[in-house]
Write a protein that binds this ligand. Sequence first.
Ligand SMILES: Nc1nc2c(ncn2[C@@H]2O[C@H](COP(=O)(O)OP(=O)(O)O)[C@@H](O)[C@H]2O)c(=O)[nH]1
Ligand SMILES: [Mg+2]
Length: 219
Amino acid sequence: MEIKIVKKVLEAHEKLAEEIARLLARNGVYAINIIGSPGSGKTLLLERTFEAAAADLKPGVIEGDIATTADAERLQRFGVPVVQINTGPFGGDCHLAPNLIRAALEELPLDDLKTVFVENVGNLVCPAEFNIGENEKVVVLSLAEGEDKPLKYPLAFREANAVVVNKTDLLPHLDVDLDVLRRNVAAVNAGLAVFEASAKTCDGVGSWVEYVRGRLVGR
Ligand SMILES: Nc1nc2c(ncn2[C@@H]2O[C@H](COP(=O)(O)OP(=O)(O)O)[C@@H](O)[C@H]2O)c(=O)[nH]1
Ligand SMILES: [Mg+2]
């Protein structure tokens, strides 16, 4: 009996994710689901991305956090539509489920948008398990987390199309070997596009922005 219930919930999630994917496609909107640990730099990378290319990317944002509207507030200066989801009132889920994404999309002017960036709840575990109808998942991993994280949290790296290795400006202060990190990423998912960047200094951010622009070509 219990197994049946679990299966039904998962089926409902999958159906909703498919519905979201159709809704996005109908509106010609490309959705990127950003996954990463708390503090890896997801929001700062979004800020840098919008500084560089908000006019072209015409982004909308769904911000996922257990509590606060802090990240939504940080993005307000760009004048882009932002919806904040707090999972705290719904039991503090560590991921954004498709029903929440569906509700958030209703608050976004999809007609006017070319991209939707979802900043998922900060962690490398739960968000990797959910298809939310996005076009692709991207992991933001900061160098300070250590080079072993792709091996320890392989699903996120397997599900993603790209990883932004952030905070490269901290390299001189850390005992992290970038070559080992690259090898670990490749061991988990050889097809993953790897960008090395510092959202602080903007070093390398351009290549990431070009990657996103490339996703919109012909759409
Ligand atoms: N040194 C350095 N700090 C960064 C970088 N990116 C983000 N930070 C800092 O790391 C902290 C967390 O960043 P935030 O964007 O809030 O991470 P999020 O929790 O993943 O959204 C903030 O103090 C940022 O200023 C970076 O590339 N280099
Ligand atoms: Mg954030």
